[in-house]
Each structure stands twice: as structure tokens, then as C-alpha cells.
Design a protein around this ligand. Structure first.
Ligand code: 0O2
Length: 235
């Protein structure tokens, strides 16, 4: 059963009294009060990830039958780490209760769909968004409009219903669609972002190098797509 979370739920310290002073029933009450709402909160996102993954796997199967041999190379999903969630809550000044967090942070559940070719990304995204239980909240096309650092991917913030025992609950998921080259680049850049001990000079040099790599790999993506299109036309 769903609950309305209040700031009180997340602010109350888990160990008002130390574990050694607790009776078993007090301990179980504490777990129920502090941990169950968080588990329930995370469960919604896990279920939404399963729904979205299945939708992409189904599309991949169908495209494979239609001669588009496995447009999806792989799918990776994650629930946002508590560290990353904390940084976002801090930077956006969001109240620290589960209700506000789920309202304002849209990438708690993330599904990353990695394809070989850019055209597959747009085709998959169109088919996915055309499904009548998917609601598009926001679309950010960092392939057409790359970030200044060179980051490329298509981001879709969507809402998908999950069906629980006694309710249907819409849950937000961030879907990132990208090519293998974009994924390779983004994972190295992610490492670079969190290397705090680099000198400003080295950081600036590596960031410039990453931007060059991003532009060159985008050019490769374009050329590979072009080759594929020519081959398909000749078939
Ligand atoms: P992690 O570790 O994946 O959780 P907004 O929510 O719109 O106010 P936000 O969150 O920057 O702003 O949205 P955006 O741009 O859609 O980015 C969300 C996620 O996309 C990031 O999550 C990354 O996974 C990925 N991403 C976006 N920009 C970059 C980038 O420049 N480099 C890399 N490597 N990844 C990027 P988190 O929270 O950063 O990280």
C-alpha cells in the first residue's frame, strides 16, 4: 500500500535509542518506521525499470525478426546511488523527504539503451514513446545538441505505470539512448569528472582532449551510419 511521505519520515534518526537498549519489538518498530518507506520507495523504481527494460527487449526482438539485426547492443539499468542523489538534492535545494525527492528528481531510475547506430536510437525512441502507457515528461536531444563538453545521448524522462496489488502507480524513469561510441566516451568522462585531485591545468588539458575525442567519435558514428545505409540500399 502506498504512503504519503513527510519530512518527518526521512529526518527522524534511526537510532533515537541505541540498539542495545531496544527490545526486539522496538527494534522491529524502528525498522518498520525508518526502513520500510525507503524500501517501498526504491521498489517502485525497480519495478519501473523492469517495465521499461522489457519494452526495449520486445522492440529489439521484433526489429531482429524484421532484418534489423539486434539494434540494441545492450541495456544497463541502475537506481541512482545515494551519493549522487544527495548531491542533486543539495544542489537543487530540494526538501529532503521522499515525496519531494520523487517529485523533483527524475533520474532516480535510469535505463541506458546502447545501440550501434544513431538511426536505431531515434527509431527505438519513437516506437517506445508511441506506446500508449508511456507519458513523455521531457526529451533532451544531446545528440542533435551536444553538451559543451562533447556529451551526446538522447534523454527521455518518461512516466510508466506499474501495477501493484491494489493500485496503478505512475513512476518516472530516465531513459538514455546512445551509441557504443557515445557510451565509451561518457564512461571515461564520468571518471574524469569525479577525479578531484587533478590539477586545474591537467583537468583543462584532459577536458580539451575529451572534447576532441567526442567530436571525432561523432564523425565515426556518422560515417558508419552512412556505410550501413549504402549497404542496405544495395541489398
Ligand atoms: P549518475 O551517476 O548517472 O547519477 P536536470 O535533472 O535536467 O536538472 P541533469 O541531472 O544534469 O539536470 O540532467 P541531464 O543532463 O539529463 O543528466 C542526467 C544524467 O545524464 C547524468 O546523471 C549522467 O548519467 C548523464 N550525463 C549528463 N551529462 C553528462 C556529461 O556531461 N557527462 C557524462 N559522463 N554523463 C552525463 P548524473 O546525476 O550526473 O550521474
Amino acid at each position: 500500500m502506498s504512503k504519503n511521505y513527510t519530512p518527518k519520515d526521512i529526518h527522524r534518526p534511526l537510532n533515537d535509542i541505541t540498539a542495545s537498549e531496544m527490545t526486539e519489538s522496538e527494534f522491529l518498530d524502528t525498522l518498520e518506521r525508518d526502513i520500510m518507506p525507503l524500501q517501498e520507495f526504491l521498489m517502485y523504481y525497480k519495478c519501473a525499470i523492469m517495465e521499461v527494460e522489457t519494452k526495449f527487449k520486445v522492440l529489439n526482438e521484433q526489429f531482429s525478426l524484421n532484418g534489423e539485426s539486434n539494434p540494441i547492443e545492450f541495456i544497463q539499468s541502475r537506481i541512482k546511488s545515494f551519493g549522487s542523489l544527495f548531491r542533486k538534492v543539495q544542489s537543487k535545494g530540494i526538501p529532503r523527504d521522499l515525496g519531494s525527492i520523487s517529485e523533483n528528481i527524475h533520474d532516480i531510475a535510469g535505463v541506458r539503451v546502447v545501440c550501434s547506430f544513431v538511426q536505431n536510437i531515434y527509431h527505438l525512441a519513437d516506437c517506445f514513446l508511441a506506446q500508449d502507457d508511456i507519458t513523455l515528461i521531457e526529451r533532451k536531444d544531446y545528440i542533435a545538441n551536444p553538451k559543451e563538453n562533447g556529451y551526446r545521448s538522447l534523454h527521455l524522462i518518461i512516466e510508466v505505470p506499474i501495477f501493484l496489488e491494489d493500485e496503478k502507480k505512475p513512476v518516472k524513469v530516465e531513459v538514455q539512448l546512445r551509441t557504443i561510441a557515445m557510451d565509451f566516451w561518457a564512461s571515461l568522462e564520468h571518471k574524469l569528472r569525479y577525479k578531484k585531485q587533478l590539477s586545474p591545468e591537467l583537468l583543462s588539458m584532459l577536458s580539451g582532449e575529451m572534447k576532441t575525442c567526442a567530436d571525432e567519435s561523432a564523425e565515426w558514428d556518422r560515417r558508419m551510419q552512412n556505410i550501413k545505409n549504402i549497404i542496405e540500399k544495395e541489398e
